[in-house]
Every structure is written in C-alpha cells, then in structure tokens.
Ligand binder design. Structure first.
Ligand SMILES: NC(=O)c1ccc[n+]([C@@H]2O[C@H](COP(=O)([O-])OP(=O)(O)OC[C@H]3O[C@@H](n4cnc5c(N)ncnc54)[C@H](O)[C@@H]3O)[C@@H](O)[C@H]2O)c1
Length: 292
C-alpha cells in the first residue's frame, strides 16, 4: 500500500502546513468528553485544526472528592470559540459522563446538527487523590473514569453502526491502566482499577465492533502537565505517599509530556492513517512502561 499513488498523494496532502491541504480528519465529526480543560481542550484544538467538526461535552463543575479545580463553563466556551475560529462547527453541552441520558442528548444534538458521528474520544477523567482519604474517592473514580467511558461509547455506537461508515473510538486510559501504580488510597486504587477497566472495555468493544469497521483503541499517557498533575493538592498527595513518590521516572529525560503529545496520538488513531489499527494499548509515556 505504501507504494501506491493514493498513499503518496495522501501523505503529501496531510503534511502540516501544506497549502490547501485537506486535514487528516476532514469531513469527520468527533465527540470529545472532558473537552473544556487539560488534555480535552488540546484534543479539540488538534481535531479542529485537522478538519473535524465537533461535539464537545464537559461537566464544568466540581466532583466532591477531586482536590484540584475542574473546568468552568467559561473554559468550555473558550474551547468552542477556538474550534469555531478554526472554521469548524461545534455542538457543546454541559454534561456529566456518569449521566447516560445527558450524554445521549449531547450525541443526539450532534447528529441533528451534523448528520454523522465518526470519532469518539472518551477523555473525561478524574484523579480523586485526597490526603484525607475517603472511600467515596473509589466510587467517584470508577463512576467517572470507567462507567463514564462505558456510557460514552454506548451512546455513540448505535448511530455509527447504523451509518455503516466505520469509525474510530479512542479511550483515554493511563500508564496506571497497564501497570500496578496508584498507591494505597481509595482514590488511587480506584484510579488504577478504572484505568485497567478501560482496557477491558477497549479490547471487548474492538472485537464486538470490528465487523462494522469501527476501530477501538486506548492511549496511556505518563504524567501530563495538566491540573491533574501540577496542582499543589496533587503534588502534596504524591509527596506523602511513599510508593507514589518513589515511582521511577520516565525513561526519556522529561518529567511530564505536553497535552498535544497525547492529542497527536489520538489524532492519528482517529484518522484513516490508522485504518487497520484496532485493539491496541498505545502508550504516550516517554518510555515509562518499558523501563518497569
Ligand atoms: N494529566 C495526566 O498526567 C494524565 C495522565 C494519564 C492519563 N490522564 C487521563 O487523561 C484524561 C484527561 O485528564 P486531564 O489531565 O486533562 O485532567 P483535567 O482535570 O485537566 O481535565 C479533565 C476534564 O474532564 C472534565 N470532567 C471531569 N469529570 C467529568 C465528568 N464526570 N463528566 C464530564 N466531564 C468531566 C473536567 O471538567 C475537565 O475539563 C483523564 O481521563 C485522565 O485520567 C491524564
């Protein structure tokens, strides 16, 4: 395939900065959860830059056991404005991924507006890492990170199957979804369990949906420079946990990666460049997993 004229033509057109190029996800519609801040905002930007119209969802409010600030409605507005300034159409909803009906309403509004859904990025997630540990942190981690991911896929898939155009679903897990890190707190265990659970969802959906040419993959970032990692409350939590504070650093000489590094991996999985890639756990981890 690499030698065919189609591939060469596509490769040239997709090159960043090429004049008049079609974006790598041009003509597609992408759903992104947790879109207002951190990684989600970056996914929205990259998908918009590469031509996708968007359905964006964020809670825009606090989760009781999360010690760092969640995004605000103004941040969701900013994400929408940025994508529109790039020439993209956007449907935005404030919704909690734990609320399946609210997510369904968001997807239905996107289908009404755009008539299709091609890409799903289940990104919304929390790290309820509390110095003053509480069992509710376990339930919140499972509720948002695992049940929320399940809801996101479930509300999106029927329209994708019915459209018979295939598609790409990307589930945002973590290095904590591949190895036993997370520490001993309720929230840390919930985080690790939920992110491993996302891999189970990914592998099973990949098999279930392959006959419909819908690909399902997960990405596994190491620490990324977002409030989930940089906020003083999280830094304090890690410092007082002997297991977490002794965790070996990344192999590559960087403490954290940037949101765009994760977004670029997601963009590739979302695009037709990855058209035969499914069932894959893709680390974006500066070698963190490999050195363990
Ligand atoms: N930052 C990291 O180091 C890191 C590393 C590995 C994996 N991840 C994963 O990446 C994803 C994004 O994390 P981030 O670092 O951008 O975090 P973040 O806190 O910066 O952003 C998370 C976004 O999700 C939203 N959100 C939270 N709960 C929600 C809910 N119930 N429903 C809808 N939206 C909700 C928040 O408002 C926020 O906009 C998460 O799944 C996280 O577990 C992050």
């Amino acid at each position: 395939m690499a030698g065919s004229s189609g591939w060469r033509r596509g490769h040239g057109l997709w090159r960043r900065g090429a004049r008049g190029r079609r974006g790598r996800v041009a003509g597609k519609v992408a759903l992104v959860t947790g879109a207002a801040g951190g990684l989600g905002r970056s996914h929205v930007r990259r998908l918009a830059e590469e031509g996708a119209d968007l359905v964006v969802v964020d809670l825009c409010g606090p989760v009781d056991t999360v010690p760092y600030p969640q995004s605000t409605p103004e941040q969701l507005d900013d994400a929408v404005e940025e994508a529109r300034a790039l020439g993209r159409r956007v449907v935005a909803r404030r919704a909690d991924v734990r609320d399946r009906a609210a997510l369904q309403e968001a997807v239905d509004a996107g289908l009404d507006a755009f008539g299709r859904l091609d890409v799903v990025v289940a990104n919304a997630g929390i790290a309820p890492l509390l110095v003053e540990d509480r069992v509710e942190a376990w339930h919140d981690a499972i509720g948002v990170n695992l049940t929320g991911t399940f809801h996101t896929v479930e509300v999106a898939v029927p329209s994708m199957v019915a459209a018979e155009r295939g598609g790409s679903i990307v589930l945002v897990s973590s290095t904590a979804g591949l190895v036993g890190i997370g520490g001993a707190s309720n929230g840390g265990l919930g985080y690790a369990a939920s992110k491993h659970g996302v891999v189970g969802l990914m592998r099973t959906y990949a098999n279930n949906l392959a006959p419909h040419s819908i690909r399902v993959n997960s990405v596994h970032p190491t620490g990324v420079a977002t409030p989930m990692v940089t906020d003083p409350a999280v830094v304090a939590f890690v410092a007082q946990d002997p297991v977490l504070s002794a965790t070996a650093p990344n192999a590559l000489p960087v403490a954290t990666v940037e949101p765009v590094d994760v977004s670029n991996a997601i963009l590739w999985l979302a695009s037709d460049e990855a058209r035969y890639v499914t069932g894959v756990t893709l680390p974006v981890d500066a070698g963190f997993i490999n050195r363990r």
